[in-house]
Design a protein. Structure first.
Length: 158
């Protein structure tokens, strides 16, 4: 059964890249922070590129709310690093879910095991406060909607 708002966020530790730095990222290390977890189908694809460029262009809005943005897809570290370099760099890490275990835990795998473009907001206590799973691959959640979800998560935490 897929997780829904109010559920504990499934824990994960995934390899990722930010710039040229490669390291593991875990949800546990972000305890106390609001996390925006964006699942995207693939590096260097038109809609994914627009989506991540949009979030990158608006990163100051997330930072102003002390929110951490993580982007996850099934491609490997080399692919993520090349994608980031091709786009002039991203201000948030790109995480690798090669075996799709994290996508499965969050319920974002579509038919035949493909990633569905999805976004989750996780509050500082590790609970899901916003859940959006995409069904059509050509659209994505825009920054204003996600910023509002972050604000709501922070307000609910008191």
């Amino acid at each position: 059964m897929a997780v829904t708002a109010g559920d504990p966020a499934p824990a994960f530790t995934l390899p990722g890249v930010l710039g040229h730095e490669r390291r593991d990222y875990s949800l546990a290390e972000l305890a106390g922070k609001v996390v925006v977890l964006a699942f995207y189908p693939g590096d260097d694809t038109p809609v994914c590129t627009r989506q991540l460029r949009s979030y990158n262009d608006d990163i100051d809005e997330f930072i102003a709310l002390d929110a951490v943005l993580l982007a996850v897809s099934p491609q490997d570290l080399d692919s993520h690093e090349a994608f980031s370099q091709n786009q002039g760099g991203f201000a948030f890490p790109l995480l690798v879910d090669e075996h799709k275990a994290v996508a499965d835990a969050y319920g974002v795998l579509g038919p035949m095991g493909y990633y569905r473009r999805s976004v989750f907001v996780i509050d500082g206590s590790g609970r899901l406060t916003y859940v959006h799973r995409g069904f059509a691959g050509s659209t994505f959640r825009r920054t204003p909607e996600l910023v509002e979800a972050v604000r709501a998560a922070r307000a609910a935490a008191g």
